[in-house]
Design a protein around this ligand. Structure first.
Ligand code: PLP
Length: 386
């Protein structure tokens, strides 16, 4: 049985485990049942029904996610986008206004500019590192401040302590997408954020074999979001719950390896003459390195870099690498590589990408948990072919 004083690594293994264990099974089974016997429940949300996110598989996940983030409660969803949209739709309505960081995940930006706008939710964009400009965008209807721990693909770290202070002083809710750090590397609720969101598709599951999301925070807020999710219907399937619970057990071990590998590869690339610039908060050269050192216990597995020879060299490099798979996404055990201008940021015009500092030839690596020396050797042989 996990205890609140236990280390995160222990919580990952023991929190949420059923007592007594069903049929003595050491690993909790998959409850592949849409509905459960009526036991006199009086409230609709208490009925045990798969869409209401309250099967034993959901409850186990909620307990472990709350424990590792230091939250009162947690809610698991059918994808990271489901966690984001449920949170925003659960907290905001027509006429409400939010401040959002300007370089959020593309799906979040599209949701804000298209879907939320159509529902009358208004948004202004702020730069995460330009604190002095935030107050200019406030309105009497501003309700919420939304940021990400590290931006994709440049790995900028916003003024996270200032976000919390700014929101508190003005009675705004502060929400953070903490996918890139994971709860192992950064605990936003301890810093004072109200809600922490993840695409559990990434590090939390860690094996690139499912899509899931979650949100953690105070009990009242999570109840409010659960009611909204129950109606929106973006429920995680019990089999995916089981896989996510299995993936979570090794999260702490995997994160350590992601952190070490990414730092080793970032240092290796920074030392190469073919490389013009490397973006990784663990590097001393990163503009927010001190902040990352202060707030994070590791900087995660994602880094990006530019080659001196630009786009053609970037494509040749990706083609010459043997270990990394050319694919978007991150957080899995295998290293993935991509050119954001062709994948995650293909929806933006070249001008918009340039304004955000995303060069056409920028390469993003989501470093996996292979041996760092093999990854560096592979990059060395590919760079030598340029
Ligand atoms: N947030 C971040 C930071 C992401 O990188 C992603 C996906 O890449 C999402 C949210 C959306 O997650 P999902 O694909 O699980 O819906």
């Amino acid at each position: 049985m996990a205890h609140p004083s236990h280390h995160l690594q222990t919580q990952l293994i023991h929190a949420g485990q059923p007592k007594p264990r069903p049929a003595g099974a050491v690993v909790a089974p998959i409850y592949q049942s849409a509905t459960f016997e009526y036991r006199g429940e009086r409230d609709y949300s208490q009925l045990r029904y798969l869409r209401l996110n309250n099967t034993p598989n959901h409850q186990a996940l909620h307990a472990v996610l709350a424990a590792i983030s230091g939250a009162e409660a947690a809610l698991v969803t059918a994808s990271g986008m489901a966690a984001i949209t449920t949170t925003l739709l659960g907290l905001l309505g027509a006429g409400d206004h939010l401040l959002a960081q300007d370089c959020l995940y593309g799906g979040t930006l599209s949701f804000l500019s298209e879907e939320a706008a159509a529902l009358g939710i208004e948004v202004d964009y702020i730069q995460g590192n330009d604190l002095s400009s935030w107050a200019r965008h406030l309105r009497p209807t501003t309700r919420l401040l939304y940021v990400e721990t590290m931006t994709n693909p440049l790995l900028e770290v916003p003024e996270l302590e200032a976000v919390v202070g700014f929101a508190r002083r003005r009675n705004l809710l502060s929400v953070i997408d903490n996918t890139f750090a994971s709860p192992v590397n950064f605990r936003p609720l301890a810093l004072g954020f109200d809600l922490e969101i993840h695409s559990a598709t990434k590090y939390l599951n860690g094996h690139s074999d499912l899509v899931a999301g979650c949100v953690m925070g105070g009990g009242t807020l999570i109840n409010q979001l659960t009611r909204r999710l129950n109606l929106l219907g973006a429920t995680l399937d019990p089999h995916a719950c089981f896989l996510l619970e299995r993936g979570l057990k090794t999260l702490a071990l995997r994160m350590r390896q992601h952190d070490d590998n990414a730092l080793a590869l970032a240092r290796f690339l920074e030392g190469r003459p073919e490389v013009a610039r490397v973006n990784y908060p663990g590097l001393e050269s990163h503009p927010q390195h001190q902040r990352a050192q202060r707030l994070f216990s590791g900087c995660g597995g994602v880094l990006s870099f530019e080659l001196r020879e630009g786009i053609t060299a970037a494509d040749r490099l990706i083609g010459a690498l043997e270990l990394p798979v050319s694919a978007p996404s991150l957080g899995g055990v295998e290293t993935l590589i991509t050119r954001p201008a062709l994948t995650s940021h293909a929806g933006l015009t070249p001008q918009r990408r340039a304004a955000l500092g995303i060069a056409e030839g920028l390469v993003r690596v989501a470093v996996g948990i292979e041996a760092a020396q093999d990854l560096c050797a592979d990059f060395a042989q590919a760079l030598e072919q340029l």
